[in-house]
Design a binder for this molecule. Structure first.
Ligand SMILES: *[C@@H]1O[C@H](CO)[C@@H](O)[C@H](O)[C@H]1NC(C)=O
Ligand SMILES: *[C@@H]1O[C@H](CO)[C@@H](O)[C@H](O)[C@H]1NC(C)=O
Ligand SMILES: *[C@@H]1O[C@H](CO)[C@@H](O)[C@H](O)[C@H]1NC(C)=O
Ligand SMILES: *[C@@H]1O[C@H](CO)[C@@H](O)[C@H](O)[C@H]1NC(C)=O
Ligand SMILES: *[C@@H]1O[C@H](CO)[C@@H](O)[C@H](O)[C@H]1NC(C)=O
Ligand SMILES: *[C@@H]1O[C@H](CO)[C@@H](O)[C@H](O)[C@H]1NC(C)=O
Ligand SMILES: *[C@@H]1O[C@H](CO)[C@@H](O)[C@H](O)[C@H]1NC(C)=O
Ligand SMILES: *[C@@H]1O[C@H](CO)[C@@H](O)[C@H](O)[C@H]1NC(C)=O
Ligand SMILES: *[C@@H]1O[C@H](CO)[C@@H](O)[C@H](O)[C@H]1NC(C)=O
Length: 692
């Protein structure tokens, strides 16, 4: 009947934990598939099977001599069955068995289901797991059954202690190798100096989830062997924790777990640093304890390598953590504090890993990761970061930067350059999973950069990307998305380019037009300002100009000036003229000379001829004088034209016609008589100025 189920052999292709057995035969691994619904009793196996896994079946009972033929078994897994009862000789012959799993069955811990002598043949057993059984009726395995396991090193067991009952009775003192105890279903109520009295060699206690409502002082003191204690979800009273921690001072504790032990919000208590400071503690797990603040700063033991304060309500954390290697601070409220502070106070640190996930971080101070040269792993996921404001340039060991589930849209140029350096320096990998990355023309260079460096982005194929029209895609084919975007943005760029060129041309035309329209004003203002800054001009208030008139003429008409103008006006009447070839300062710019001359003369007289109209400088002088009269002399008429030659009105500029309208001109006569009148008129117009 039993071997009916042994459907062999070697050829089977797939194996799952729930319905298979794995055993070793003559160094060859044979895999046997047994349908899970079928096996309810134990079959026969090859004599030299060493590892037998019958877990997750429907075995109800272990008959006597069930393993008689499997004397070579080293490991036997009967977990997750429906075993109600074992027979006294169930394990006969298993002298070599080292590990036995009976957990998660229906054993009720009475002598009927686990009879005395059951474990007697198990000379070599070092590990026994009988936890998670249905033991309401009889909470503890009888000591008398356990006393046979002389080699036992590690025990996993359920405990339901009644108030005064001892759990590990005298018989346990025979188990001289028992170092490790793990509780499954567990109610301990109180721990005192009797609880582990008969287990003097204990190094490891996992009492997770045991209700420990009372912990007496000196229950675990002076146990120098003790290395590991997990009282998570168990030791909830503050005074009990204090007693416990005081005991720890005289143990060899290196790993301590008190997860979810504090049920009312409170400031991080002083007891941890006070009592643990002198221990050799290496790992301390205090997550899920509703601790807030963190003002106490007595410090942790220097030996500490791992500190877990995640899932608390910390708002402040700043410690001397010179030797710490891993710091877990996720699921706290450190965001506001870290905007302007560092979590580390020491000058140097050995920190290798920091987890700041889920801390409401919007912004981190620039130096937050400074002085931590060994930092390899930074976790900032599930925050509200949108920019990398912190400096990583000295992080030579950084391997992983987790920025997943933040609000990054892209990285700007500065950030990209800095990160590219990091990629080369330390081989950094970044996760940007679950960020609202942008797929727009503005983020094109970012996407391009990211795809160029795609080996440095963890899970890049899962990144989200949001288009301008709010359509969201997953970047599972990043290169295709990039191409699509490039095509889209190319036309966009063209439109932008054309528009900008058009705007630029428009501006040039308009400003050119304006400049042309106001060219003389601009030049006038330019020269006047230049003069004001560079040269002292005597105030015009005294109304005495240096010259009575500045004569503007073309070079061709120079004879008239030399032979008629100067002799007639200057010699006779003491009228002072400004003549360019005589009065201009050598070495000074010509335009400056002109403006000075106009400025320092009461009138400007233009000798109009065809040559004058064609000459650049004559035009300049005329227009400058015009500007001076408008802007420098409040519209006073200081410009006077002499028509030395016949010029047709259409050949004259419009502005000259205006002057003609105002009768501010005179024509040069041809006859002797007219000549006298002509000079009289000129003198008059000059001296009229004198009288003012
Ligand atoms: C089989 O036995 C060898 C040593 O004989 C061991 O290394 C290996 O882990 C065993 N296989 C299984 C599946 O237990
Ligand atoms: C405990 O298990 C034994 C063996 O199956 C059974 O005879 C006994 O009635 C059980 N006791 C209780 C209280 O269930
Ligand atoms: C427990 O032991 C104490 C004294 O050792 C005794 O006073 C008390 O009655 C006991 N309680 C129970 C429930 O047996
Ligand atoms: C255990 O504690 C009790 C009272 O708390 C004390 O009387 C007794 O001496 C202690 N035993 C040992 C071995 O320390
Ligand atoms: C622990 O050891 C110290 C000194 O070795 C001793 O004074 C103290 O009584 C011991 N405590 C316990 C509870 O055994
Ligand atoms: C911790 O953070 C995760 C997200 O990482 C969140 O889902 C969870 O609700 C948080 N837990 C607590 C207790 O704050
Ligand atoms: C970062 O922390 C989050 C939340 O604690 C976790 O889900 C994630 O796996 C961590 N990332 C890495 C790389 O360890
Ligand atoms: C890029 O972002 C960083 C961080 O916010 C900022 O310090 C830097 O000035 C930005 N650079 C540019 C070019 O905008
Ligand atoms: C949004 O824009 C993207 C890229 O231009 C395009 O592929 C997608 O079809 C658009 N979605 C909608 C709903 O317009």
């Amino acid at each position: 009947m039993a071997y009916f189920f042994l459907v062999s052999l070697i050829t089977l292709k797939f194996v799952t934990k729930a319905n298979c057995e794995i055993y070793n035969q003559s160094m060859q691994i044979l895999k046997t598939l047994i349908a899970p619904t079928e096996i309810s009793t134990i079959g026969k196996f090859p004599a030299d099977t060493a590892f037998l896994n019958l877990g997750y079946n429907r075995i109800k009972q272990i008959n006597s001599g069930a393993f008689e033929y499997s004397r070579g078994l080293v490991e036997l897994d009967l977990s997750y069955n429906r075993i109600v009862q074992c027979d006294r000789s169930s394990f006969d012959g298993l002298h070599r068995l080292r590990r036995l799993y009976l957990n998660s069955n229906y054993l009720n811990y009475s002598l009927l289901s686990i009879p005395e002598g059951l474990f007697k043949p198990l000379f070599s057993l070092t590990y026994l797991n009988i936890k998670d059984n249905l033991n309401d009726f009889k909470p503890n395995v009888e000591d008398i059954v356990m006393k046979d396991l002389r080699e036992l090193e590690s025990l996993e067991i359920d405990v339901r202690k009644t108030v005064n009952e001892t759990v590990f009775g005298n018989d346990y003192s025979q188990l001289r190798h028992l170092r490790q105890i793990t509780f499954g279903i567990c109610v301990l109520w109180s721990i005192n100096n009797n609880t582990f009295e008969n287990l003097p060699y204990l190094e490891y206690i996992d009492a997770k989830g045991c209700s420990i409502v009372k912990f007496d002082t000196k229950s675990l003191s002076n146990r120098t062997e003790l290395r590991y204690i997990d009282f998570s979800y168990s030791l909830t009273g503050f005074e009990d924790q204090k007693h416990f921690l005081i005991d720890m001072m005289s143990t060899g504790i290196t790993i301590l777990k008190l997860i979810n032990c504090n049920r009312t919000p409170m400031e991080f208590p002083y007891i941890f640093s006070r009592y643990l400071r002198r221990t050799e503690l290496k790992e301390l797990y205090l997550s899920n304890n509703l601790y807030s603040g963190f003002r106490n700063s007595k410090g942790f033991p220097a030996s500490l390598l791992i500190l877990d304060l995640s899932f608390n309500h910390l708002t402040i954390f700043q410690q001397d953590i010179t030797y710490l290697s891993s710091l877990y601070l996720q699921n706290n409220t450190l965001g506001p504090f870290l905007e302007s502070h560092a979590y580390i106070r020491s000058k140097t640190s050995q920190l290798n890993k920091i987890n700041l996930a889920t801390n409401f971080i919007r912004y981190l101070s620039l130096e937050i990761f400074h002085r931590q040269p060994l930092l390899a792993d930074i976790n900032l996921s599930h925050n509200m970061l949108s920019e990398i404001t912190f400096d990583l340039s000295n992080q030579r060991s950084l391997q992983f930067l987790d920025l997943s589930s933040n609000i990054f849209r892209s990285f700007n140029e500065t950030t990209r350059v800095a990160l590219s350096l990091m990629f080369e320096k330390s081989g950094l990998k970044i996760s940007l999973e679950d960020n609202p990355l942008r797929c727009s023309c503005f983020s094109l260079s970012f996407l391009k950069w990211m795809i160029e460096n795609k080996d440095h982005f963890y899970n890049i194929h899962k990144y989200r990307c949001i288009f301008d029209n709010n359509t969201e895609i997953v970047l599972n084919l990043p290169r295709n998305t990039l191409l699509q975007l490039q095509r889209m943005c190319a036309s966009y760029t063209t439109v932008i380019a054309i528009t900008s060129v058009a705007v630029a041309v428009g501006l040039v035309v308009i400003s050119g037009g304006l400049a042309y329209r106001y060219r003389w004003k601009i030049r006038y203002v330019y020269h006047i300002t230049k003069k004001k800054y560079w040269r002292h001009i005597p105030s015009r208030q005294d109304s005495h100009y240096k010259y009575n008139a500045f004569i503007s003429y073309a070079e061709k008409d120079r004879d008239f000036i030399l032979k008629e103008c100067i002799p007639t006006l200057e010699a006779d009447e003491h009228i002072k003229l400004c003549i360019h070839h005589r009065d201009f300062l050598p070495g000074e710019e010509i335009t400056t000379n002109i403006t000075n001359a106009i400025h320092q003369s009461g009138k400007t007289i233009c000798l109009i001829s065809k040559a004058f109209l064609e000459s650049y400088y004559c035009n300049f002088e005329f227009n400058m004088a015009r500007m001076e009269s408008i802007y420098g002399r409040n519209g006073e008429n200081m410009l006077f034209l002499i028509f030395y030659e016949q010029v047709k009105p259409q050949e004259l500029p419009l502005v000259m016609l205006e002057l003609i309208d105002r009768k501010s001109y005179i024509e040069y006569p041809n006859d002797e008589q007219g000549n006298v009148v002509f000079w009289e008129k000129i003198k008059e117009s000059l001296s009229s100025h004198h009288d003012q």
